[in-house]
Design a protein around this ligand. Sequence first.
Ligand SMILES: Cc1ncc(C[n+]2csc(CCOP(=O)(O)OP(=O)(O)O)c2C)c(N)n1
Ligand code: SF4
Length: 296
Amino acid sequence: MSLDYVKFTPGFERFMPKEYRDMVEHGPFGKKVTVSQMGSFKEILEEHPMCAGCAMTLFIRLAIISFPNPEDTITVGTAGCGRLAISQAAIPFVYGNYGDQNGVASGLSRGLRLRFGDKPKDVVVLAGDGGMADIGFSCTLHSWFRREKFTTIMLDNEVYGNTGGQESGMTTRGAVLKMAPLGKKFDKMDMIGMAKIAGCAYVATVVPNNPRRVESVIKKAVLIAREVGPTYIQAYTSCNIEYAIPTDKVMEDAKTVEDDRYKFTEYVSDEAKEYLADRYGYKTFLPQPTAAVKET
Ligand SMILES: Cc1ncc(C[n+]2csc(CCOP(=O)(O)OP(=O)(O)O)c2C)c(N)n1
Ligand code: SF4
């Protein structure tokens, strides 16, 4: 985990596979790339076996491009569709039992801090709504209550996509799915509210059809998790298969859902605001001068 693992051993350049040479020469490691430059550099995640048009894949690509230091980042995941793509990425991916991702990430993050001290090594959990809010719920919540310093990103497709359409706690009330034919009887879980109560220093909701916004929230979440506390991003990443969304309408659906019930929200704790402003120059978080009171 450093720039060294994406460098050639002198004298071996020409023996390396083309994919590897491309990654070293045209990849994002050690450079600052942005989502606006997509298509002009070799991405850490390019090939994957997910369904055509899957919004989750687009979101994962955007998220990985947005990592502030990809060469110093470890992703953690679990069973579910997302791992099929994340495990193809050219950065380390830790895969445990279904639902234990925030427990694994807690140990990993602590271990990396002991081993590398002040040099930031970012730990980012990327997992589905079932893995995070259902079977992994206690691991998720307890990691936040313990104020573990890493980022948790929910790939919220509002269904168990990988196993063919069971309802999850994040499915909306009334939704009819292949394996929930009578419609879900309970409300979508308020993981955003729970993240705030449990002590996350940064909490945001986002959809993938606004790449610059995705980039902005991922960067802030990862930077804050380095020193301030846990951060949580909940991303609407529709499952076009289980919700029968035509491939060419996936982004349209994301926009409709965003306008309707998945609006962009961002919560930044005061400590996190101060940290982002002081350490990383986020001027919007600097205290604003109060307007002079006009004397009458
Ligand atoms: C302990 C355990 N129970 C069940 C499974 C089967 N399983 C694999 S993926 C999955 C559901 C995934 O749903 P979600 O976490 O929402 O992710 P998605 O596939 O929708 O992205 C289940 C139940 C498993 N792998 N391990
Ligand atoms: S089943 Fe759904 S979430 Fe999974 S890869 Fe296919 S479209 Fe994406």
